[in-house]
Design a binder for this molecule. Structure first.
Ligand code: ATP
Length: 305
């Protein structure tokens, strides 16, 4: 099976408000699938439906080949781990006891693998400390350990990076990559910050006002982000006519700065500048930011709607 999760024409209305508008998405097996959207785009609503916390108004999804309308979906959903909104942990219990309780809930009788699970999420050595005294990052990581207890095929994480400090973000990223690589767990993860997801996601869907604007793989995204080189020169005014003649695409920032979008070598740039009697002071990469790419997509949608 190529896709662990297939979503077809999923809609969710709250009264007259269409929160999800015919969402169709395939989540490939083994992927880290980033669901990217601004606040209120519908990410949590979609994840709540997929985890069975809410019912769609219409549309279907299938998990591991089982349709959402099939009664078997309840047992198949046990192969799904999730953190929606906040991690499901008990604040008066230690990390070990939280995980043990989830093992018991799942009917597991051997607890030997708990230390490995705590090590995976970097919570080894927290001893008897209660989860209520943990930092936000530790609570999120414990939530992930609890979600992993049933050895799920897919982990669904709603904004797990939200509110973490830079160190916490790096730690979370490394843990998610380990889970994906070592346990081959598919991960569906939402965020409103594309830049953060870009360090781990293999696939993306961009969601805005309940609609999927685009789905693409990470290499497709990198190919679409506009590449630019920023030139610092002694005079853009003298250089531009030469660039025009050579059909080089550029944008002038000020009298000494311009971005070129055509792929040409640094030596060619310097040769053309010499011809225009202009000195090249520096050439640096100035690629379009991922955030910029996403915001352009949103702007295009608003332009046509
Ligand atoms: P955030 O990052 O802010 O959580 P999100 O992309 O997860 O954003 P959702 O929480 O799914 O967005 O909300 C999508 C829209 O649906 C929002 O406008 C929200 O106000 C609305 N909404 C969500 N739940 C309900 C509800 N129970 N009743 C009415 N409207 C709702």
């Amino acid at each position: 099976m190529d896709n662990v999760l297939e979503i077809k024409n999923l809609c969710k209305d709250y009264g007259k408000f269409h929160v999800l508008k015919s969402i169709t998405l395939d989540i490939p097996n083994g992927s880290i699938f980033g669901l990217v959207g601004r606040n209120g785009a519908g990410k949590t609503t979609l994840m709540r439906i997929l985890t069975g916390l809410s019912e769609p108004t219409s549309g279907t999804y299938s998990l591991a080949g089982i349709e959402s309308s099939d009664k078997k979906i309840l047992s198949v959903r046990r192969r799904m781990g999730s953190i929606i909104e906040s991690p499901a942990i008990y604040k008066n219990l230690s990390a070990y006891d939280n995980v043990k309780l989830q093992y018991i809930n799942l009917g597991m009788t051997s607890f030997e693998s708990i230390p490995d699970l705590l090590e995976l999420v970097d919570l080894q050595g927290t001893g008897k400390k209660k989860a209520g005294k943990f930092s936000l990052g530790m609570r999120q990581r414990l939530g992930i350990a609890v979600a992993l207890c049933g050895k799920p095929d897919i982990l669904i994480l709603d904004e797990p990076i939200n509110g973490l400090d830079p160190q916490g973000i790096i730690q979370m990223r490394e843990i998610l990559l380990r889970i994906n690589h070592e346990r081959h767990t598919t991960i569906l993860i939402s965020s409103h910050i594309l830049e953060e997801l870009s360090k781990l996601a293999t696939h993306y869907a961009f969601i805005e006002k309940g609609e999927i604007l685009q789905t693409l793989s990470s290499s497709e995204l990198m190919g679409k982000v506009r590449k630019a080189s920023r030139l610092k020169v002694t005079s853009t005014e003298r250089l531009c006519p030469v660039f025009d003649r050579e059909c080089i695409e550029y944008k002038v920032e000020d009298e000494e700065t311009l971005d070129i979008f055509t792929d040409i070598t640094a030596s060619k740039v310097v040769a053309l500048a010499n011809e225009a009697n202009v000195e090249v002071i520096s050439i640096t990469d100035n690629n379009e930011s991922l955030e910029g790419y996403f915001m352009n997509l949103v702007a295009k949608r608003d332009g046509i709607s």
